[in-house]
Design a protein around this ligand. Structure first.
Ligand SMILES: NC(=O)c1ccc[n+]([C@@H]2O[C@H](COP(=O)([O-])OP(=O)(O)OC[C@H]3O[C@@H](n4cnc5c(N)ncnc54)[C@H](OP(=O)(O)O)[C@@H]3O)[C@@H](O)[C@H]2O)c1
Length: 289
């Protein structure tokens, strides 16, 4: 199988790289090699590599900044996904498109099913929702959209790395305690994506995150406890729970964005990993280099 992965320098692509199925030929292309928003750049890579499967991880992921530069977010997330999908049609490739829990508005109080109606609250979520629609419309049964949430991997740009560096600097932290979701380790998501890659019958919208739920505050307390146990943080800092309305940010985020993974776990024979175990694994990976 010849697999093209876009967004090659991102944290998810890095985890995919570490777990390529044996015998598969993979081209992990960074933005300089393949800019998804530039059809000519994407076409050149498609023509040279002739992928059979494309995993589109490339994205504009700065949720707050997207409110100030919506054109940039839509250009990468929506136009980019459409360009990749159209090239997949031309080359008869299958596509896995990454999407987000932020396509939901968070008004539900039980986990979101793949068929629940999306209603994004901000530019990032809207650009990703529009991408989902275009990819499915363009490729039909040859596309799988995988929604995930609160992603982190060792060394990536993410919440865990940001909190760790503040803890290491001894900074007290005020953290939002009224937004509930599920943190997800890039490594467990990468495993799920490779399983989907091996299953051409998997099409449409799928949900994947780690198991369990947390607020950003709960997550931060766990990061601190686990980081101290792992020897990555020496002294605890004060972590204070606050309300979303007391935290200034450009983008509105859903209060509740837990995804229902029942079908994904069952169909793909995945043993769910509690987010806290994922966190422990990621910190161990960070510690051991
Ligand atoms: N991070 C999360 O919490 C989260 C949650 C739910 C869903 N997701 C989705 O999961 C996927 C992977 O996210 P991630 O956390 O791995 O993101 P990431 O670490 O920010 O990686 C995304 C990569 O895409 C690259 N990129 C940006 N514009 C591009 C373009 N025009 N052409 C090609 N590459 C471009 C970025 O490069 P630059 O750094 O140079 O911009 C970056 O290397 C994305 O689709 C994201 O929307 C993420």
């Amino acid at each position: 199988m010849r697999v093209l992965i876009t967004g090659g320098e991102g944290q998810l692509a890095t985890a995919l790289r570490a777990a390529v199925p044996e015998g598969w030929v993979v081209n992990i292309a960074g933005r300089r090699e393949l800019d998804v928003a530039l059809a000519s750049s994407a076409r050149a890579v498609f023509e040279a590599f002739e992928p059979q499967l494309v995993i589109n991880t490339a994205a504009y992921t700065a949720v707050d900044k997207a409110e100030e530069e919506p054109d940039k977010a839509f250009t990468v997330n929506t136009d980019g996904a459409r360009i990749v999908a159209e090239l997949c049609v031309e080359s008869s490739a299958r596509m896995i498109q990454l999407s987000t829990d932020f396509v939901f508005d968070g008004r539900k109080s039980s986990p979101y099913l793949p068929g629940d109606a999306p209603h994004p609250l901000g530019v990032y979520g809207s650009s990703k929702r529009e991408a989902e629609r275009l990819v499915l419309e363009t490729l039909g049964e040859r596309a799988a959209v995988v929604r995930t949430s609160w992603l982190y991997g060792a060394g990536g740009k993410n919440f865990v790395m940001a909190m760790l560096s503040r803890m290491q600097a001894g900074q007290p932290l005020d953290v939002v305690a009224d937004q509930i979701g599920t943190p997800t380790w890039t490594r467990t998501l990468a495993d799920a994506l490779w399983r989907i890659g091996r299953r051409p019958d998997v099409e449409g919208i799928w949900h994947f995150s780690d198991a369990g739920v947390a607020s950003w505050y709960d997550f931060t307390c766990a990061i601190q406890e686990e980081a101290i146990s792992a020897g990555l943080v020496e002294n605890p800092v004060v972590v204070k729970p606050i309300r979303s309305e007391d935290y200034k940010s450009m983008a509105r985020r859903p209060y509740y964005s837990v995804l229902d993974k029942t079908r994904t776990w069952g169909e793909l024979d995945i043993v769910p990993v509690h987010w806290r175990m994922g966190l422990r694994g990621m910190l161990m990976e960070l510690k051991n280099g």
